[in-house]
Design a protein around this ligand. Structure first.
Ligand SMILES: NC(=O)c1ccc[n+]([C@@H]2O[C@H](COP(=O)([O-])OP(=O)(O)OC[C@H]3O[C@@H](n4cnc5c(N)ncnc54)[C@H](O)[C@@H]3O)[C@@H](O)[C@H]2O)c1
Length: 435
């Protein structure tokens, strides 16, 4: 009998659970079920955390995270894909298909619209961060949208998004302009520079290196890489190992990272060292822009001077000249040589200064603005603080002249006239003013 009981308790089919009837066994069963339920919840919790945590490093701009999760769900939206394909459509013979990162930025907007005008296919990418007035970025986006350029809202650290874009369009070129710009802000928010200028660059290059075909990449470095170099004019051969700000250090790191991806994967890479770019739709954090705003408001402006009352001067470069340099770089970029993430032969690696070769003292910039605005500025002279700015920049552009046919044609007076005209039409005569 007891043997039979024992046999009864053995499941008739291995692996199949046989119901037990005694109260003790029922209690044991309930206890085991409770334990099972508890551990199932723990297990599900772990799975949930694993799958729903953000795949890329947290953005230093808090609003990005919520936006990213909204966007991730739209990657499979056919309407979204259709917009991207329409924007990327090449309309000229031998035209190229370009992914422009930072397209809602100052330089990105001008470059995208120039490429579109000549018939290239463009897809923009920008995270619309709040480093400066987001409504200005939105206005630039609206401007581009009217000419048929679609800007995808996303972060260059979002590898899944980048892959999706490369799956949707065979980009022949990438114009990489997305970055955390500004020298002084680096002391306030250093991680934003690492996020965009280093981690973001690497995630973009990782996707480019695996794309088939690999695109050629033109990207924005900066004149700030010359740092404490005192030999002028600055030539691409001069030392760049003494950055004076974290911004400069991240751009210098970008140049070294570019070398690595060119060397290992055969990516064609051209770095452009821009010198103080200005013009319509410019950046509100730059002196020519906030001087204009403050002069119109009757607010005092600070003018810096160097050691021993030395002049602080900049090689101000008008946006249209920079755009020509960017387009010439794209046009002369050779194809990348790798495929399937493997290098097949040596690839092009270039660095060019894009400046105006004519430094102007900041005091002269203010004189020109006063004349154009017909308002006398209230000035305070201050010593140049040691927070990243260098006293003098001057580009030697012979290399860009020779290889790109680059020849800047706009002097500061002419360029500022165009900027002021835009500023007054955009913000009104001081009534509505820049933030
Ligand atoms: N304007 C200048 O004087 C100057 C001088 C030297 C170098 N540069 C470089 O040129 C490039 C363009 O500069 P700009 O003046 O147009 O600056 P910008 O700030 O107007 O444009 C950069 C754009 O990139 C976007 N962005 C930033 N981080 C991003 C990220 N992680 N993912 C996606 N988008 C991101 C921003 O929202 C912005 O719209 C930058 O790389 C900058 O460092 C500019």
């Amino acid at each position: 009998m007891s043997q039979m009981k024992h046999i009864d308790n053995i499941p008739s089919t291995p692996g199949k659970f046989k119901m037990e009837k005694s109260p003790y066994n029922r209690w044991r069963l309930h206890f085991s079920l409770a334990k099972l339920t508890f551990w199932s919840f723990v297990f599900l919790g772990v799975i949930f955390m694993f799958f729903f945590r953000s795949p890329s490093p947290p953005s230093p701009h808090s609003s990005d995270l919520s936006r990213r999760s909204l966007r991730t769900s739209s990657y499979d939206d056919p309407a979204w894909e259709k917009r991207i394909k329409a924007s990327a459509k090449v309309r000229s013979r031998n035209g190229m298909s370009v992914l422009v990162t930072g397209a809602a930025g100052f330089v990105g907007t001008h470059v995208s619209s120039a490429l579109k005008r000549r018939g290239d296919g463009i897809v923009g990418l920008d995270n619309f961060n709040d480093y400066y007035d987001q409504s200005l970025k939105r206005a630039r986006q609206a401007l581009l949208e009217r000419s048929g350029v679609y800007i995808v809202e996303g972060d260059i650290n979002d590898v899944a998004l980048l892959k999706k874009l490369f799956d949707t369009v065979q980009f022949t070129h990438v114009m990489h302009l997305a970055a955390q710009a500004g020298v002084r802000y680096a002391m306030e928010n250093p991680s934003s520079y690492v996020h965009s200028n280093i981690a973001g660059l690497v995630s973009l290059l990782e996707v480019c290196k695996s794309a088939n075909p690999q695109p050629a990449i033109v990207w924005a470095s900066s004149s700030s890489v010359y740092g404490l170099n005192s030999k002028v004019p600055f030539s691409e051969k001069d030392r760049t190992d003494q950055p004076a700000s974290l911004y400069a250090a991240t751009k210098k790191a970008g140049e070294e990272i570019a070398h690595t991806y060119n060397h290992i994967y055969g990516l064609s890479l051209t770095g452009l060292r821009f010198f103080t770019v200005y013009g319509p739709w410019g950046r509100p954090d730059m002196a020519y822009f906030f001087f204009t705003r403050d002069i119109l408001k009757g607010k005092s402006i600070q003018i810096f001077e160097g050691a021993n009352h030395g002049t602080v001067a900049r090689d101000f470069t008008y946006i249209d000249d920079i755009v020509k340099g960017c387009l010439a770089s794209l046009d002369t970029a050779e194809k990348s040589t790798g495929s399937g993430g493997k290098k097949k032969g040596p690839a092009q690696l270039r660095v060019f200064n894009l400046g105006n070769t004519s430094p102007v003292p900041v005091s002269e910039l203010v004189n020109i603005l006063e004349r154009l605005l017909k308002v006398k500025a209230k000035k305070t002279i201050m010593k140049l603080p040691r927070n990243g700015d260098v006293p003098y920049t001057h580009a030697n552009i012979s290399s860009a002249q020779r290889e790109l046919g680059y020849k800047p044609t706009t002097d500061l007076q002419t360029g500022l006239k165009k900027f002021v005209r835009w500023y007054l039409s955009y913000y009104g005569n001081g009534k509505k003013s820049a933030q």
